[in-house]
Design a protein around this ligand. Structure first.
Ligand SMILES: [Zn+2]
Length: 441
């Protein structure tokens, strides 16, 4: 048995009064965040001017300051749960820590700037509860949160409720959040799980995530997008083009932006659901799964809709695979960042200098192979493990020996740090990366 931290997320069906209360709690969190940030800036200013003054930088320090000041600055504070203010101050403390860690070189990745004020309508509306009643009701269609009381869930809470009744799960926290016009609750739950060392399946499968279809597997299987998702994606493209025809600041533009947010949220939900079916299948039916590495920096910067969508699909796929494969005892392998899965020929190992997204087929100028672009990428991913792990024979594509990159170093099995998934804290013992060495062609 292992203890894992898992998230259970449900859409809510709040009444109009509850909607206001939900918004009020998120507003309170934002207020406390901005108040704390202002205080920190003020104190930094004073310190720069030569005063010997303490700057509250941690959650306890910020909470202490808030409790002293709240009667003055927010006489209405009792309208919301104490957790709402603590939640805002907590995200401020984290942002401050990220900033100083990044400055001191303790934090990997993109440089983190000094926290900025959160603006209503521009920031993510969210609020986290850690104390008071956090319950899933026995009728499996209601939950109870502090101050907000009993809220109806859109879908059944059966899976979580069953675990709670059996005593194999414990709720640690609940976060309410808004996406477009929908409210959600996400429970952070400590779950006892039996985790096998291996699922006993010998097969290796490479996956390429696309936009035209949900995914292409190295086995030649194409997993199509669900129809509803196809429709949403077409709508998304249309609205996005419309948006650029409206004048900035016009009411048309504002309206289109709101519709765009709604369609975007719906498409993301549809994709997530479809990916859940796929990842459950993959983690239980294959022994080793190979995915390409997520380009996190590119995800934030890339403005092209197509690329952004396929990146978000890959991020979600990886997030789900990370915990499902850990639970099933499946190995999840991530290709090295420089592995050119789409530019590499899966038959002869030739690497193209360029392959625009519009080209749907891989045409090798070296050996003449013509193959669906995504299938070619998926095969490359699967062959990456097949060619480096000697223990698994005969399960990779036949092309693996024609590569000329011979017996490269076996893959390292470096444990991934879960940069991509904020919500899942998992045992990732079975997860690794493969180092790629350019074949001598
Ligand atoms: Zn070729």
């Amino acid at each position: 048995m292992a203890t894992v931290i898992q998230a259970y997320r449900y859409a809510l069906d709040p009444t109009p009064r509850q909607r206001r209360a939900l918004a009020s709690h998120c507003g309170a969190a934002r207020y406390a965040y901005n108040w704390g940030l202002q205080l920190v800036q003020q104190r930094l200013e004073q310190r720069r001017a030569g005063e010997d003054i303490e700057v509250p930088w941690t959650l306890p320090a910020l909470r202490w300051q808030w409790n002293r000041a709240k009667h003055q600055v927010a006489p209405w504070w009792a309208e919301n749960s104490r957790d709402a203010y603590a939640s805002g101050l907590d995200s401020l403390a984290r942002a401050l820590k990220n900033f100083s860690d990044s400055k001191d070189g303790h934090r990997k990745g993109r440089r983190m700037g000094f926290p900025r004020p959160k603006r209503k309508g521009r920031c993510r509306d969210a609020c986290r509860f850690t104390t008071g009643p956090l319950r899933v009701e026995a009728d499996r269609h209601h939950i109870t949160l502090p101050r907000l009381g009993k809220l109806k869930t859109h879908e059944s809470t059966r899976k979580l409720a069953r675990r709670l009744e059996q005593g194999t799960a414990r709720i640690l926290a609940a976060t309410i959040s808004r996406t477009a016009d929908r409210w959600f609750v996400s429970f952070t739950v400590e779950v006892q799980r039996a985790i096998p060392a291996s699922n006993g399946k010998p097969s290796i499968v490479g996956i390429d995530v696309g936009i035209r279809h949900l995914a292409v597997l190295s086995t030649g299987q194409t997993i199509p997008n669900p129809r509803a998702l196809e429709r949403s994606l077409r709508k998304l493209g249309r609205l996005n083009r419309q948006l650029h025809h409206h004048k900035p600041g016009s009411s048309h533009r504002h309206q289109t932006r709101r519709r765009l947010a709604r369609v975007h949220a719906r498409a993301a939900n549809l994709r997530r659901d479809a990916l859940h079916k796929l990842t459950t299948y993959l983690a239980t039916e294959h022994g080793t799964i190979v995915v390409e590495q997520l380009n996190l920096a590119g995800m934030v910067r890339n403005r092209r809709l197509a690329r952004a969508l396929s990146d978000s699909g890959l991020a979600e796929l990886r997030r789900q695979l990370a915990y499902k494969s850990a639970w099933a005892g499946t190995s999840l392998i991530e290709a090295d960042r420089f592995f050119p899965s789409s530019k590499l020929c899966s038959r002869c190992g030739h690497v193209k200098a360029k392959l625009p997204l519009s080209e749907r087929e891989y045409r090798c100028e070296h050996c003449g192979m013509v193959l669906d672009r995504d299938l070619n990428a998926a095969r490359n991913l699967a062959a990456l493990v097949a060619s480096t792990s000697n223990g698994v024979a005969g399960s990779g594509p036949e092309t693996k020996n024609a590569r000329g990159w011979g017996q490269g170093p076996p893959f390292g099995g470096t444990v991934l740090d879960e940069a991509g998934s904020r919500h899942q804290v998992m045992d990732l013992g079975e997860t690794g990366t493969v180092d790629w060495q350019r074949p001598a062609t």
